[in-house]
Design a protein around this ligand. Sequence first.
Ligand code: DX5
Ligand code: ZN
Length: 235
Amino acid sequence: MLDITQPPSQPLVAASILSADFGAMAEDCRDVLGKGADLLHIDVMDGHFVPNLTMGADMIRGVRRHFPEVFLDVHLMVERPGDYVDSFAQAGADLFAFHVEVCKPMRPGGVDAGELIKRIRAAGMSPGMVVNPPTTIDQLEQGMGPHLGDLDLALVMSVNPGRSGQVFITDVLEKTRWLKERTGPGTRIEMDGGLNIETTPNAVAAGADVIVTASALFGSDDRAKVIVAMKAAGA
Ligand code: DX5
Ligand code: ZN
């Protein structure tokens, strides 16, 4: 099993199963893992934080059953992430990433990130926090800054969350550099949205070391080539 706290020598490629064939999920995952994807990224949407509905504990459990050794990175685009800590841990999630936008102080009366991080660790998972494109560095400093030392991963959204196949938002690179400067070697910087062979080098240069890809990977007729190119982006 991948140790997410170890700095990788090349960017890790996280295959986002949102663009996999839902009717042939295990087969599609086996294909991209065989072609070099390092981990699987599972996008959970609740129909409130974002309009779309996607998958939950049953999908995590199903993927885990087929791939006992593969790192499962779960990205929760949900209003109440605390409701899912125990069920997702039991289903086999390795990393549980929740949005800074649902936490205090950005959301008055919202989630207490410090408490949630403790619960995620106690459940045996790695904690991650996610930031949306419109969230400013000041808001990030207040919302994520105090927790950076406790996180295994900080995830920068490079599209507005909700669906795959959108265009990369270059503005988020500044935030990525900010995060890279403030985190130690044990915290991965992940980027998610609009990443392809052209945009990945900029993401990596800004400090990202985990590259999420849905449409550029699953939609390609040469998936191995996409993965090789993304991993070579740091060289
Ligand atoms: C977007 C999801 C992403 C998405 C990326 O809300 O969080 O993980 O699957 O899709 P692409 O790579 O197509 O932009
Ligand atoms: Zn995602």
